[in-house]
Ligand binder design. Structure first.
Ligand SMILES: Nc1ncnc2c1ncn2[C@@H]1O[C@H](COP(=O)(O)OP(=O)(O)O)[C@@H](O)[C@H]1O
Ligand SMILES: [Mg+2]
Length: 469
């Protein structure tokens, strides 16, 4: 399973860290227990040994006999596991609790640190080999005092094993719990990683594959608000924009097909009519004129499309230079002289100063203003007003084109910049392509400037900005 590697890595890392942590805790616990246990063992031994040794002077003074001494010595803690030797002041062993040690009686016992003992301190030695059993022993030596005088010593032999045994059982418990904790934590993190990381990632991956195969309507289910959830949301947003792009592409294609089909159909119809002789000779010129207009329209459409596509792929080259925007406006207005006269329009041009300089590309600016003025004339009623204005505002130049006419529907306002959008839904308007405003906006955007539209009084006003040089 190659895609489980992330989870495996995570779980392995986690397990490692957890194991190290638990082992550290276990080691500290074990050491602590060992210290505590040995310390307690020693104090117990010391206390009971002190108590028992107090009966030794009585024995030496013959106030108690062997049996009673034996009984008192058996009170020493842990003596059931070990053996006791009694040593007199001159270092000779004179009493043993275990017969096995009988051979040692009346031999000298060599103390490792007699001075300390005489001073009244007990001594503890670990790892001494028992002379009789040859086992490893813990040796505990308690001085015997009577009226402040050193009388000898009480030596307790305990096999090291018997001291360590209970400690081992504690170790065993500590380490079993540690091992179990490691196993459970690892299983738990595996489960959590599986649920929180692995599953959502696999789902994201699956959906991504589907989308790349064209199923752009696929979405992932967002179940958390963590980073994975955020990723899923971003993913869905991306999928949405892909879907939108896909839809735009489809719409665009269907729009183009539609725009191309109607002129081609009418061209074909008229030409067929002329060829078949259905159209009388004397009307041929009239119909050829219509065909010519249709071809003009097709040419315009194709040119606009090429312009748009060039702009969108960034191939449209333009140079920003310093231009006199007043002069460009005058040039554009002059081009519409006949149209203006035909409709009996009043054109009011208000230009700031003699010259107003701004940065732009001459041909593109002419295209923009021509498009706006063309729209204004188209949507202006006969004998209406058109106002074109240039004016500086801070570091910007505002150019606006106003025309009388019905205001644009609020609902339509945001669509007029879309390709192929035409307010006139019947599409009877043969001069409309719905590509003018998208081209205008594209050019202005590439200049790094802004364009907007407002309904103003009895008409519509388009305004765009340019930067002063
Ligand atoms: N001056 C205007 N007044 C009212 N509506 C306008 C004006 N300019 C543009 N429009 C609306 O925006 C639409 C798109 O304009 P445009 O992209 O230039 O395409 P076209 O001029 O080919 O119709 C027009 O069909 C019209 O509905
Ligand atoms: Mg137009």
């Amino acid at each position: 399973m190659k895609h489980s590697s992330l989870v495996t890595k995570l779980v392995a890392t986690f397990a490692m860290v957890v194991t190290i942590g638990y082992i550290l805790i276990a080691v500290v616990l074990s050491l602590w227990f060992q210290n505590y246990f040995l310390e307690r063992n020693r104090t117990d031994l010391e206390e009971t040994a002190k108590l028992a040794s107090s009966s030794v002077p009585l024995y030496l003074n013959k106030e108690i006999d062997d049996t009673e001494l034996m009984r008192n010595l058996s009170l020493v803690k842990g003596v059931d596991r070990g053996d006791i030797l009694l040593v007199d002041a001159s270092g000779y062993i004179f009493f043993v609790t275990n017969e096995a040690y009988n051979s040692l009686v009346f031999t000298r016992f060599t103390f490792p640190d007699r001075e300390r003992l005489v001073e009244g301190n007990s001594i503890e030695i670990n790892g001494e080999v028992n002379p009789i059993t040859k086992e490893e022993m813990s040796l505990f030596i308690q001085p015997i005092e009577h009226n402040g005088v050193y009388q000898g010593a009480l030596v307790v032999y305990t096999p090291l094993g018997s001291i360590r045994e209970p400690l081992y059982s504690i170790y065993l418990r500590i380490w079993t719990i540690t091992a179990m904790a490691v196993i459970f934590s690892t299983l738990f993190i595996y489960y959590v990683a599986q649920r929180m990381l692995f599953k959502p990632l696999v789902e994201l991956n699956t959906i991504a594959r589907k989308i790349s195969k064209g199923e752009v309507t696929q979405r992932v289910l967002v179940t958390s608000s963590d980073e994975i959830g955020q990723l899923s949301e971003s993913f869905n947003t991306m999928a949405e924009s892909l879907e939108q792009t896909d839809k735009n592409r489809r719409d665009f294609l269907s729009n183009i097909s539609h725009e191309l089909r109607s002129p081609i159909t009418s061209i074909r119809g008229f030409i067929a009519g002329i060829l078949d002789g259905i159209i009388p000779m004397d009307k041929e010129n009239y119909y050829l004129k219509i065909v010519y207009d249709e071809i003009q329209r097709l040419t315009r459409l194709v040119n606009d499309l090429l312009d748009l596509s060039a702009m969108e792929s960034g191939k449209f080259s333009f140079k920003l230079t310093e231009l006199d925007i007043n002069e460009i406006v005058k040039v554009c207005i002059a081009r519409f002289e006949t149209k203006v006269e035909d409709k009996g329009l009043k054109v009011n041009v208000t230009l700031e100063g003699d010259h107003l300089y701004a940065a732009g590309d001459r041909d593109r600016l002419i295209q923009v203003i021509t498009n706006l003025v063309d729209n204004a004339i188209k949507h202006c009623p006969d004998n209406g007003d058109i106002r074109v204005q240039t004016r500086s505002k801070g570091k910007k130049v505002h150019v606006s084109v106003y025309n009388d006419g019905t205001p644009i529907d609020d609902h339509d306002l945001k669509y007029i910049w879309d390709r192929f959008y035409k307010g006139d839904k019947s599409r009877t308007n043969k001069v409309s392509t719905g590509l003018g405003l998208p081209i205008v906006r594209n050019i202005i955007t590439q200049f790094g400037e802004d364009i907007w539209v407002e309904n103003k009084g009895q008409g519509v006003i388009f305004t765009f900005t340019l930067s002063m040089t």
